[in-house]
Design a protein around this ligand. Structure first.
Ligand code: A3P
Length: 314
């Protein structure tokens, strides 16, 4: 009989289980980073054999809990606007969660449905939480492959991550998430390394990496939507501007609108997180009600030190 090809999850199970582990956050230590265990087979498979398309792939990258869901919705609406008017009451984002429109690469591959990614039409729109240094050369070097990065005020990342992770680990305290993060243990590796890696990549090659910040998006979403369209090589025409397409996209993807949709209230996405868990508060500065002055002082000091000289401030 022919040998059956195994899924990355099966193929890498042995390697993954041999890595140092931090069970409290379900992390394993790999290539110098603490990473979500369930994504590791996907990461390993991507590093080994991901092939970008010459005619354009778009990878949305983030450390997680930074507005990835929002960015997915916006990028999808921008790129699909020829086929689906953002004002249409039949827009896919009205019946699908943004994560079902834009697959999470290492998650999908780990779970054995990486084939879906091969089937996407060009330009493929995909997402990753991999750090820049961990991306395969094929993504980092292929000029046709564009990367859009989103991050946010690091203290708000912690707060958002804690609320999210509590869905599967109800006993986890904020203190525990905080202490782990100070120690470089976060879902996608040390937060500062994640941010600085893409920040430097953007500085080195702004045509290839667009660096976005959640708080800027909250302040002026229309401006960022235009930036995104320009960067993806599909700027809004004056006709589109006059027709109000930018406003329509902002409205379609707004927190209030997406959160209120039936699919996002009820739907059960993969990885045990219900769709609703991706729409919590949608505001900047929630850290103020979760962190003591000591925690703030301690975390700010670490972040400042790590980001020193990068030119990046939050
Ligand atoms: P909070 O937990 O601070 O509310 P990710 O998508 O990377 O997992 O990030 C989730 C964060 O983005 C959550 O932050 C969530 O509420 C917020 N978010 C999701 N959709 C949004 C939208 N359309 N507009 C603004 N914020 C959004």
């Amino acid at each position: 009989a022919m040998a059956q090809r195994s899924s990355p999850e099966e193929e890498y199970a042995g390697v993954v289980s041999s890595l140092p582990s931090y069970p409290k956050l379900r992390l394993r230590h790999y290539q110098g980073m603490w990473l979500m265990e369930y994504t590791l087979p996907g990461i390993m498979a991507i590093q080994r054999s991901f092939v970008p398309r010459r005619h354009g792939d778009v990878v949305l990258a983030s450390p997680g809990k930074c507005g990835t869901t929002w960015l997915k919705a916006l990028a999808f609406a921008v790129l699909a606007r020829g086929a689906y008017s953002p004002a249409s009451d039949r827009h896919p984002l009205l019946r699908l969660n943004p994560h079902d429109c834009v697959p999470f690469m290492e998650g999908a591959i780990s779970e054995g449905w990486g084939g879906k990614i091969d089937e996407l039409p060009s330009p493929r729109l995909m997402s990753t939480h991999m750090q820049h240094a961990a991306l395969p050369k094929s993504i980092a070097d292929e000029p046709g492959c564009k990367v859009v990065y989103i991050c946010r005020e690091p203290k708000d990342i912690l707060v958002s991550a804690w609320h999210f992770f509590r869905i599967i680990e109800p006993d986890l305290s904020f203190q525990e998430v905080f202490e782990a993060a100070c120690d470089g243990k976060f879902l996608t590796g040390a937060i500062w390394d994640h941010i600085i890696g893409y920040w430097n990549a953007c500085k080195a090659n702004p045509e290839k990496v667009l660096f976005l910040v959640y708080e800027d998006l909250l302040r002026d979403p229309a401006n960022i939507v235009r930036k995104l369209a320009d960067f993806l090589g599909q700027p809004f025409s004056s006709t589109e501007e006059e027709a109000g397409l930018v406003t329509d996209i902002v409205r379609l993807c707004s927190f209030e609108n997406l959160k209120s949709l039936e699919v996002n209230k009820m739907g059960e996405a993969s990885f045990a997180f219900p769709n609703a868990s991706y729409f919590r508060k949608g505001k900047a500065g929630d850290w103020k009600i979760h962190m003591t002055p000591e925690m703030v002082e301690c975390f700010d000091t670490i972040v400042k030190e790590k980001m020193h000289g990068s030119g990046l401030v939050f």
